[in-house]
Write a protein that binds this ligand. Structure first.
Ligand SMILES: Cc1ncc(COP(=O)(O)O)c(C=O)c1O
Length: 446
């Protein structure tokens, strides 16, 4: 990644003043290599100095259009003043008490707000932890406590985190799980709905998932089925219509807790509060993280009151979970999302990207599929005319884009998906610029 490319667009566009990565980034990267374990990768070794709106500015003064948003986190735009003010005010008041010892109002109010926004009008309760993986862990804890059952199922192509339990739930073992076993028992991965690859209707795919669960696990032993309504790391896989409602009907009938991991696809990302809403699904437990506090560590577990209350007092929690500063930032994020314009922006972004990518796909048959909802759009690279993945193809496009001032991140179990998780303040002009960069990358790649 050492090609030189000068200012890429008008003054409002990306602006590169050095090669990418620049000399300061390269120097930092050699220090990083010596100081930080290699297991902590850096897909694009561009060291960031500051950020604003949809922009990242690196230590060399290069300005990048950020279409990855730190894997979906800074959805409402970098450096939002209302969020900074809310967090700063809280820093000046109190930074930590440990909610399990001496609680505070912000936590309770955020629990109330999430319980109100998540799908379904039933009684709910919400708890907070530090990370998405921790939210998944806690969903499994309460589901087991509530049902008295041991088994947990997740879907093929799913991703749920990097803790020991979640490693057992992920589709991809390499690199996430390599060398880290033994893993938690009683975890089962079952087929998902992947319309582009399996060609099944939602009903057919659900029948396949359910048959697998009934034969290989047994509903009597199954505590929870954990699904991402739109799979994130797996490549923005949107299930066929009717798939999730059919799963919900089965879990309800069999007393299995349906957990929607909305850590990547929730909280406005798809142009609705929750992706479950797009499919008319009311999960028993909903998980939130990434976007919730604009980068401050926080994740939520919201579920039916009786499920959430199944754990004994003191059985849930942790030192930092629901930190007051993160909670204050989350209130400011939710205040922004209350404005319908944010969801409209997500839908506009989805339309611009989908139309643009379909246009590009007409003359680049390596684009096998364009899919997603709202500001969560991806394209999958395949051997032309087939569903066979082009392994590793996405990384080459992402590196090319970075050299043109656009941060684009990859996904897909085969490393053949480019995903867009932009900030909601990105303009159509900037998206069109990014599309020309992708077109150019594909011209070199085809
Ligand atoms: C759907 C989903 N679940 C869980 C996680 C894990 O979250 P964290 O990295 O905060 O532990 C992620 C992270 O990418 C995710 O996308």
């Amino acid at each position: 990644m050492t090609e030189t490319l000068r200012t890429a667009s008008a003054s409002t566009g990306p602006a590169l003043v050095t090669e990418v990565p620049g000399p300061k980034s390269r120097e930092l990267h050699s220090r990083k290599t010596a100081a930080v374990p290699r297991g902590i990768g850096s897909a694009l070794p561009i060291y960031i100095d500051h950020a604003e709106g949809p922009w990242l500015v690196d230590v060399d003064g290069n300005r990048f259009l950020d279409l990855g948003c730190g894997a979906g986190v800074n959805m409402v735009g970098h450096h939002q003043q209302s969020i900074i003010d809310a967090a700063a005010a809280q820093l000046n008041r109190v930074t930590h008490t440990l909610f399990g010892i001496t609680p505070y109002e912000g936590y309770v109010r955020l629990a109330e707000r999430l319980s109100e926004k998540t799908p379904g009008s039933h009684a709910k309760k919400t708890m907070f932890v530090n990370s998405g993986a921790e939210a998944v862990e806690n969903a499994v804890k309460v589901a087991r406590a509530y049902t008295g059952r041991r088994a947990v199922a997740s879907l093929d192509h799913g991703f749920h985190g990097r803790t020991n339990l979640t490693l057992a739930m992920n589709h991809r073992a390499v690199p996430y799980a390599t060398g880290f076993g033994p893993f938690a028992p009683d975890i089962h991965r079952v087929p998902n709905s992947y319309p582009f690859r399996d060609g099944l209707t939602g009903r057919q795919a659900a029948d396949r998932t359910i048959a697998y669960l009934e034969e290989r696990v047994g509903s009597a032993d199954l505590a929870a089925l954990v699904v991402e309504p739109i799979q994130g790391e797996g490549g923005f896989i949107v299930p066929a219509e009717g798939y999730l409602p059919a799963l919900q009907e089965w879990t309800n009938r069999n007393g299995v807790v349906l957990v929607a991991d909305e850590i990547q696809c929730g909280l406005g990302r798809t142009g609705t509060w929750f992706a479950s809403d797009l499919f008319g699904v009311v999960p028993d437990v909903v998980l939130t993280a990434k976007q919730i506090a604009a980068g401050l560590p926080l994740a939520g577990v919201t579920g039916r009151a009786e499920i959430m209350d199944a754990a004994a007092t003191g059985g849930l929690g942790g030192t930092f979970g629901g930190n007051p500063v993160s909670i204050a930032a989350a209130h400011a994020v939710l205040d922004l999302l209350e404005d319908e314009e944010q969801f409209a922006a997500a839908r506009r972004i989805g339309n611009t990207l989908t139309d643009g990518l379909r246009r590009i796909a007409e003359h680049h048959p390596v684009i096998g599929d364009v899919r997603g909802h709202g500001a969560m759009i991806a394209f999958e690279l395949t051997r032309p005319g087939t569903t066979q993945p082009l392994p590793g193809s996405a990384a080459a496009i992402s590196e090319h884009a970075a050299r043109r001032g656009v941060v684009l991140i990859t996904a897909g179990s085969d490393g053949n998906v480019i995903r867009f998780l932009p900030t909601l303040d990105v303009t159509d002009d900037l998206l069109e610029y990014a599309l020309t960069v992708i077109d150019d990358a594909l011209n070199r790649h085809d």
